[in-house]
Ligand binder design. Structure first.
Ligand SMILES: [Zn+2]
Length: 737
């Protein structure tokens, strides 16, 4: 059993109280008993809230509005919480809870009302809900400079809760919406955003009242001021460490100057940015306001501290959050950023197995995608996303041509596979990249074996015509075909020499033409489909006979004349889940549903399993349909071991009384609107009834999509209709049709 598997086992069984093993870092998972916030259905939370609203002494109009708010907010928040990216009982949540205990030690009642959860997100953010939940992202914990800053941000969020700012915002939004007519195109994501966007006045109030709360503690009050700077720069990675392509270079393998010397964009963050267009007051104003407040309060930092819980715990928790970032980036199809975070981690904490693996995976993924005609901008190389020195990373990766990248990646992965001889996945990745290089990119082996470093025969260099021409040729090669130097050192090693020979066996040693157009021509024949995947022939192709399958709760949403009925959707969704059970029995398909609504069986272990499978699916979909090694391959093998199948499916139903073009990739794309998975689609207007459904099935062993089954009928989502669809779907599945 390799280390990775051992570590995964640890996550589930033994490591509940063990210190985090950073060499084999695993994603954060939930621990302990599942809180009610996760157990209850959105409709149950809503009904509980309605019961309270009824008791209130408010006008009928107010009550109605409150009920609407309870409906929308509970459904949006529950969707997010059940996305698999919100966790409970983990080390980060424990730490945040301890800070909350200190902030609210004089207000036991309020402390009891609040629940703190960690949202695994690369974005630095915190937000509270009307229901008393406060979410802190791993991205925020990765960025704050000390515990006191985090404590101030939590104080600020507590005020948003006590002042019910999101309800206030909802009232305003309702007023706007009713003016404009209720919009039908509001996605869940937009809904969440509008729920958590406060007015400038709300923010100022949260800043000020948050400060009052903060000043009662022994935290250094100046942390509040510096926390604004942390937020200002939080769109940048958690640290700025210069990166140079020289990390890949050797004495011989060197990139031409124009690869490393590129114009970069300056850091653009400006605290005095004009705030007219923003809902938040600018950071400069907020800071000045807080400084004035501190002066008026005559606050001083005597006897105050940056840490009250403990500096050790802060450091440990922050390290976890930062490791999580690398994992989140690689899982959401952003290898370039994952690579940079791993590079930062090396510099901050020292390189280890995990960061090596992330870097190898990132280089592998970028090179493999590029070889298969994918645009690296879709995989984190968009240089607009970077500012300052880091931008060189994106620009450098973007500059490399297929051939060059696969040479770089081959060298890198070969070295990593030697460093970790027991890691089978690294070996598979290495082999695939060598194949990309030798076969698809037609890099001739002789290019490497014939390479002579410029310095090797300087003694012989003379002034004859031949010498001059030779030297000119050499210099030309030095810049144009610099890449043939990549294996010069490695070729001295017999094992590598043999490896290269065996990998290039059967490959004709093609002329290196450096003719890009020709290269593209050849590659198009052999390369897989372009982005968009799921080409037509794949639909018609007979697939594996799938007799057993694991699926998540089917997704369901409906729209009647532009109106959404969340409660009814939830009911229908549960009905569909049940139909799957009965129809599976009828067709003889061994179907396991990871049912988040099945309270008797949905516990922390199932929740974690769901989160792992969901993450895998997100990684799979984020990488389009390209056949490749996925970072989470080992994890899913473990999470899947109780199921006697290798097939994982996702299914969604959508009913609308309006017709629009169905775009399969929009549905797949909506899976990526992390963290709102499964998410909702673009609805386009018209009038008709249409029930659509999609079933995607993946082979988790190979990572390949095996089935893309889409149906559409002009019928209402009544029991028999849905049952028939499911019966046919499962029958075809089983019979490989
Ligand atoms: Zn705020």
């Amino acid at each position: 059993m390799n280390l990775l598997k051992l570590a995964i086992l640890g996550v589930f069984m033994v490591s509940q109280c063990m210190a985090q093993d950073f060499s084999n870092y695993q994603t954060l998972l939930s621990k302990g008993d599942m809180p009610d916030d996760f157990k209850l259905l959105a409709s149950e939370k809503y009904k509980n809230e309605v019961a309270d609203i009824k008791k209130e002494n408010n006008s009928k109009k107010d009550k109605k509005r409150k009920k609407n708010f309870a409906l929308e907010s509970n459904f949006a928040i529950t969707d997010m919480m059940m996305s698999g990216r919100v966790i409970y009982g983990d080390a980060l949540g424990d730490y945040v809870n301890k800070i909350a205990d200190l902030l609210l030690k004089d207000d036991k009642k309020l402390r009891k009302e609040l629940r703190f959860y960690i949202l695994k997100s690369t974005v630095a953010n915190a937000f509270s809900t009307n229901q008393g939940m406060i979410f802190i992202t791993t991205g925020l914990i990765a960025q704050v400079e000390n515990e006191a800053q985090l404590a101030y941000i939590i104080s600020h969020e507590i005020v948003h809760y006590t002042k019910k700012h999101n309800y206030e915002q909802f009232k305003k939004r309702e007023a706007i919406l009713s003016k404009a007519g209720r919009s039908s195109t509001v996605t869940i994501e937009e809904k969440l955003r509008s729920l958590y966007k406060y007015s400038k006045n709300n923010e100022t109030e949260a800043d000020e009242k948050g400060m009052e709360l903060f000043l009662k503690t022994k935290y250094n009050p100046y942390a509040a001021i510096s926390s604004f700077d942390v937020l200002l720069y939080s769109y940048l990675p958690y640290d700025i460490i210069e990166w140079k392509p020289s990390v890949f270079e050797t004495d011989y393998y060197k990139f031409p100057e124009n690869y490393t010397d590129m114009k970069l964009t300056e850091i653009s963050a400006d605290e005095d940015e004009d705030d007219e267009q923003h809902t938040h007051p600018n950071i400069g104003k907020r800071k000045t306001n807080m400084v004035t407040m501190l002066e008026n309060e005559e606050a001083d930092s005597n006897g105050k501290s940056w840490y009250l819980v403990s500096k050790e715990e802060f450091t440990r928790v922050q390290k976890i959050a930062r490791f999580e970032l690398a994992s989140l980036y690689i899982k959401s199809g952003n290898p370039a950023k994952a690579y940079y975070i791993a590079y930062l981690l090396d510099n901050t904490y020292g390189a280890n197995t995990f960061t090596d693996k992330i870097k190898a995976m990132s280089i592998y993924s970028l090179s493999h995608h590029l070889t298969h005609d994918d645009n690296l901008n879709d995989y984190g190389c968009e240089d607009d996303d970077y500012e300052g020195d880091v931008q060189l990373l994106a620009k450098f990766f973007s500059k490399l041509k297929d051939k060059e990248f696969s040479i770089l990646a081959s060298k890198y992965l070969y070295e990593m596979s030697i460093k970790y001889p027991g890691d089978n996945q690294l070996q598979r990745m290495r082999d695939q990249i060598f194949t990309d290089m030798l076969v698809l990119n037609k890099v001739p082996k002789s290019g490497f074996t014939n390479y002579i470093p410029p310095t090797a025969d300087t003694t012989k260099a003379g002034n004859s015509k031949v010498d001059k021409l030779k030297s000119k040729q050499k210099n030309k090669n030095k810049t144009e075909k610099y890449y043939y130097a990549a294996f010069y050192d490695l070729l001295k090693d017999k094992t590598f020499k043999n490896y290269l020979t065996s990998m290039s066996k059967g490959v004709e040693d093609a002329e290196d033409t450096d003719n890009e157009e020709e290269d593209v021509e050849v590659i198009k024949d052999t390369k897989t489909k372009k982005k968009g995947g799921f080409a037509k022939e794949e639909k018609e192709k007979k697939h594996d006979e799938i007799v057993s399958l694991v699926i998540f709760n089917p997704d369901y949403n409906a729209r009647y004349n532009d109106k959404v009925y969340l409660l009814e959707d939830e009911e229908t969704q549960n009905e569909i889940s049940n139909y799957y059970k009965t129809e599976a029995a009828r067709t003889g398909v061994d179907l396991s549903i990871i049912d988040k609504t099945d309270k008797d069986n949905f516990d922390t272990e199932t929740f974690n399993k769901f989160a792992l499978l969901n993450d895998w699916l997100i990684e799979r979909v984020s990488n389009d349909t390209l056949t490749m090694e996925l970072y989470q391959k080992e994890f899913i093998t473990y999470a899947f071991k109780d199921y006697k199948t290798k097939y994982l499916g996702w299914t969604g139903y959508k009913y609308t009384e309006s017709r629009r073009e169905f775009e399969p990739m929009a549905l797949v794309g909506s899976l990526l609107l992390y963290p709102l998975f499964p998410v909702y689609l673009h609805w386009q207007l018209s009038k008709d009834k249409e029930l659509e459904n999609l079933l995607l099935v993946y082979d988790v062993e190979t990572g390949k999509p095996v089935l893309f089954d889409y149906h559409s009928v002009n019928k209402r989502p009544k029991g028999l209709t849905i049952q028939a669809i499911i019966y046919n779907q499962l029958y075809d599945l089983k019979n490989g049709k």
